[in-house]
Design a protein around this ligand. Structure first.
Ligand code: UDP
Length: 326
């Protein structure tokens, strides 16, 4: 199939080249990889980030790029930008449980006021809009694997609610802007993602286990380790986000790798890949920690022609290399 036919099949228009795209959360782990991908596709990117949980070093390599500009900006404050804007990609938010538990109000603000400001920017410029939502919208799911039509099982007042409800509100606001103002919107529900530029100390299981294994310290499995997750390498995720951004799909689309494993199995995999002699110790399971999580990606396969390609061991090797160089 020729490339153009395939793009049209995915709902991607041929004039999708050389867009000027605003990316909030550009200095974050996924945000910075998204900027890389957009630049590689020939687009012009204006990256916004208040550096609350992002890091300047994640965008430092783009500093001299003629099509990239970085602005230190808190998107919960009004965002005014000159010039043509074709697309707004709203990725700003604390995303690791440690980060959002430390910044619960900022997390709620960026999902509400921040999403509103970015939607207003898109509306004012007749730009398309993509928001990165999360598998946390499903909470501690009672349906498995999770399909986009599942409404979730979220504790609205628990410690994780600042993130879950912020993202659920962001989805609702995005649909309201689409329905009321006709903004061309997309909603990505991102499942657990890993890769270079994760923060070593953000508390998430991938950097935590890798750090512990590389130092020869005990690997801290929370609970009995029977809870499951499914890990997607960041380049796969970004490919899905890019396809979604150029598609006409308005309802949420799951993006993640369906290969599911228990956290105990994951700890053992990390031990094997790093050749570590670390033991495993158990810590209490955090409140409302989802017991199982696996994306159903039938929809992404169908409408985006997308599925993950990077095998877990390959992605972990690349992540290990990155952490070893820090
Ligand atoms: N986890 C763990 N040890 C750690 C960090 C996390 O056992 O040092 C567990 C955590 O309880 C959860 C899973 O690993 O069940 C994934 O946690 P993470 O914080 O990466 O993301 P989540 O999927 O919970 O948002």
């Amino acid at each position: 199939m020729c490339e153009t036919t395939q793009l049209i099949e995915w709902g991607i228009s041929e004039d999708s080249h050389t867009l000027r795209i605003i990316v909030s959360g550009a200095a974050g782990f996924v945000g910075s990889h998204m900027c890389d991908r957009l630049l590689a596709e020939g687009h012009t990117v204006v990256g916004l980030d208040n550096l609350l949980t992002g890091a300047e070093r994640n965008v430092a390599h783009m500093a001299g790029h003629p099509a990239f500009r970085f602005i230190r900006q808190d998107v919960t404050r009004p965002v005014e930008l000159d010039g043509v804007i074709d697309a707004v990609v709203h990725m700003a938010s604390p995303a690791s449980p440690r980060d959002y538990l430390e910044h619960p109000i900022e997390t709620l603000d960026v999902g509400s006021a921040g999403t509103r400001n970015m939607l207003e920017l898109a509306r004012a410029h007749q730009a398309r809009f993509l928001v990165t939502s999360t598998s946390e919208c499903y909470g501690d799911p009672t349906e498995h694997p999770q399909v986009e039509t599942y409404w979730g099982n979220v504790n609205p007042v628990g410690p994780r609610s600042c993130y879950d409800e912020s993202k659920r509100f962001a989805e609702a606001l995005t649909m309201a802007y689409h329905r009321t103002h006709g903004v061309e919107t997309n909603i990505a529900r991102i499942f657990n993602t890993y890769g270079p530029r994760m923060k070593l100390n953000d508390g998430r299981v991938v950097p935590a286990f890798l750090d512990q294994a590389l130092r020869g310290e005990p690997i801290t499995v929370f609970g009995d380790g029977s809870q499951t997750r499914s890990f997607c390498y960041v380049s796969d995720l970004v490919d899905g986000l890019y396809r979604l951004m150029l598609s006409d799909e308005r309802y949420p689309v799951n993006l993640g790798n369906p290969q599911e494993m228990t956290i105990l199995e994951f700890a053992e995999r990390i031990r094997r890949l790093t050749g570590s002699k670390s033991g495993i110790i158990h810590h209490p399971l955090p409140q409302d920690d989802p017991k199982q999580r696996q994306p159903d990606i039938t929809k992404a396969r169908r409408i985006l022609g997308w599925e993950p390609r990077v095998a877990l061991d390959d992605g972990l090797h690349k992540t290990i290399e990155y952490f070893q160089k820090l």
